[in-house]
Design a protein around this ligand. Structure first.
Ligand code: SME
Length: 166
């Protein structure tokens, strides 16, 4: 049984459940109101985002645990690698540059770290606290090619700011 999102003419562009960013932002704000524990916040955000959109096959955080080093945080999906130096991977590129990484084809990204062989595209965003310090990155992987766009970048960043920089 193949991926139901795959049609005989390619990937169905609007296959499955698609996130409603206004709705999910309101839900996350309500669920996390008054909470400032970063693990609790990351666990809630990862869970809510992951189950809101069929493009999201892995959704989770890598935390900045020391200068130049990321370690896995709360996530949804198959196991993820535990440690990522800033020099490696899409997550490392995001942490190193502070810029959102939208990767339409992970096989074309030098140094991509494949935690799952099924991953085809990825988006990674910086997570900053209220002082603007980088505390983590949010990584979302998809088994669909070219699954993410600027709207995802803007809306996911809006959610991260509202939760972690408040
Ligand atoms: N693909 C990421 C690694 C994290 S696993 O995908 C969950 C990267 O290249 O940094």
């Amino acid at each position: 049984m193949g991926d139901p999102r795959v049609t005989e003419v390619g990937y169905a562009s609007d296959a499955g459940r698609r996130i409603d960013y206004r709705e999910i932002n309101a839900a996350i704000q309500s669920l996390t109101e008054g909470e400032d524990d970063s693990v609790a916040l990351m666990a809630t955000v990862a869970s809510e985002l992951h189950h809101a959109d069929d493009r999201f096959d892995w959704t989770g955080f890598y935390r900045v645990v020391s200068p130049g080093l990321l370690k896995i945080g709360p996530y949804q999906g198959g196991h993820g690698c535990l440690v990522i130096p800033f020099e490696r991977g899409v997550c490392g590129a995001c942490a190193r540059t502070g810029e959102v990484q939208i990767v339409p084809d992970v096989d074309a990204f030098p140094g991509h770290i494949a935690c799952a062989s099924s991953t085809r595209s990825e988006i990674v965003l910086p997570v900053r606290d209220r002082e603007g310090a980088l505390i983590a990155v949010l990584d979302v992987d998809s088994d669909l090619p070219d699954a993410f766009d600027e709207t995802d970048a803007v809306e996911l960043a809006r959610i991260l700011d509202a939760v972690f920089a408040r």
